[in-house]
Write a protein that binds this ligand. Structure first.
Ligand SMILES: [Zn+2]
Length: 220
């Protein structure tokens, strides 16, 4: 059974998503077989002083390889496919905000997790996107090796390309285990990045309105 989006149920006509601009970090080369990766993780276990043949570790290389595949599954997805059929013509031109979108990613410098929340806003210019697609877009970019700055920009640019809106705003708040666990920073310092385009960049009041919405507490 196909689930209809809200817009489809209201009889809106879907338009094709535009093809994505070249995506940073997409794997072009052939990937090694999983057996080779499991061997590599056995070496890591030995490197840290463990016995890879110890009972509790026997299947660890296999689990880690599987988990790695899952945590980086965003490499197998692309914007065009993800948004296809979910962009609709609509004369709504006020701010649309989706806030507190949870994300989990891996920093590309240490392969350690960073995670937190993403807030997305846009002002349509004739096209809107099915709301559930925005968290999926966030997830697609987060499930790749990332730096928070690029994650922020990629989400904003993907929406800009697909919707050609009056403006896009993306704010990401992240906690980085590579900072917390390695003792670089003892406090629970979160990193905040933002990328503002169009009206959000040009107009201070628009930007302020968005920031006020994202910071208002209470229920999500
Ligand atoms: Zn890191």
């Amino acid at each position: 059974m196909t689930q209809l989006t809200e817009a489809e149920m209201r009889g809106l006509k879907s338009v094709e998503a535009r093809p994505p601009r070249e995506q940073v970090g997409m794997v072009q080369a052939e990937r090694p077989a999983q057996a080779a990766i499991e061997d590599a993780y056995r070496n890591v276990l030995a490197f840290v002083g463990e016995d890879p043949n110890r009972e509790g570790l026997l299947r660890t290389p296999h689990r880690v390889a599987e988990s790695m595949k899952f945590l980086t599954r965003g490499y197998d997805q692309e914007v065009e496919t993800l948004l296809n059929g979910a962009i609709f013509h609509e004369d709504y031109d006020d701010m649309v905000i989706v806030k507190d979108i949870e994300f989990f990613s891996l920093c590309e410098h240490h392969l350690l997790p960073f995670f937190g929340k993403v807030h997305v806003g846009y002002i349509p210019n004739g096209k809107i996107v099915g709301l559930s697609k925005i968290p999926r877009l966030v997830d697609m970019f987060a499930r790749r090796l990332q730096v928070q700055e690029r994650l922020t920009t990629q989400i904003a640019e993907a929406l800009e390309e697909a919707l050609e809106p009056q403006g896009v705003a993306v704010v990401v708040e992240g906690l980085h285990l590579c900072m917390l666990m390695r003792g670089v920073q003892k406090q629970n310092a979160s990193m905040i990045t933002s990328h503002m385009m169009g009206a959000f960049r040009a107009d201070r009041a628009t930007r302020a309105e968005f920031m006020a919405f994202t910071q208002s507490g209470g229920n999500r």
